[in-house]
Design a protein around this ligand. Structure first.
Ligand SMILES: [Zn+2]
Length: 216
């Protein structure tokens, strides 16, 4: 029997304060004064007055926000995968609906959605929340969805010695919904299939049923 874990209700609320601190311990490595200076320049460049009351704290606020949104750049996602457990499990493990937000590196506009991460264990399993942590670390940097999908899959392949790894990501790109072609409602779906998920159609089909089965 395959195991499915639905994190849609949990990923945002499940961090305690100490974990939260450990998740983003590197914000100080982002040069916030430099961002402040640059944002002030942007405000002036669009014809705004950076010194008017409503905008006075904006550069500092944006600097703190970027430090948070790009904090993953200074974090090695592998650290979440260093602790695995010996376990006999010959079935697909799927953590579904891992919510994430990231920044499109072409426009620095957010894209957000859900990641579904699955693996077929070798003789090691990993704590389920660690899969969500890896998604988080890889998302918090300038990204493109296609690369993000591959990166997560490759990390798991390298660190878990799994028989197979599958990552499916669905996201809404605000650079497509609020500007450019302006197509609200469009969803970008990417997948990376490794090992048995690539070579065995039945394993891949089982995965798709686990992800989408009850929503069709
Ligand atoms: Zn974009």
């Amino acid at each position: 029997m395959a195991s499915v874990f639905d994190l849609s209700e949990r990923t945002d609320g499940s961090l305690d304060a100490e974990e939260e601190q450990r998740s983003f311990p590197v914000e100080h490595r982002v040069d916030q004064p430099r961002i402040e200076f640059a944002v002030r320049e942007i405000l002036a460049a669009i014809g705004e007055d950076p010194d008017r009351e409503g905008l006075r704290d904006t550069p500092a606020r944006v600097a703190r926000m970027y430090a948070e949104l790009f904090g993953g750049l200074h974090e090695d996602p592998r650290r979440h995968l260093s602790k695995s457990f010996s376990e006999t499990c010959d079935e697909v493990v799927l953590v579904r609906d891992i919510s994430f937000n990231s920044m499109c590196e072409h426009h620095l506009l957010p894209f957000m959605g859900k990641a579904h991460v699955a693996y077929l264990p070798g003789d090691r399993v990993i704590g389920l929340s660690k899969l969500a942590r890896v998604v988080e670390a890889v998302a918090r940097r300038p990204q493109v969805q296609e690369r993000m999908t591959e990166e997560i899959a490759n990390l798991l392949v390298e660190e878990l010695s799994a028989k197979g790894v599958a990552v499916v990501i669905e996201a809404v790109h605000t650079c497509m919904t609020i500007r450019g072609v302006r197509k609200p409602g469009s969803l970008c779906v990417t997948s990376a299939m490794k090992g048995c998920f690539r070579t065995k159609a039945s394993t891949r089909a089982e995965l798709m049923t686990l992800i989408y089965g009850d929503r069709r």
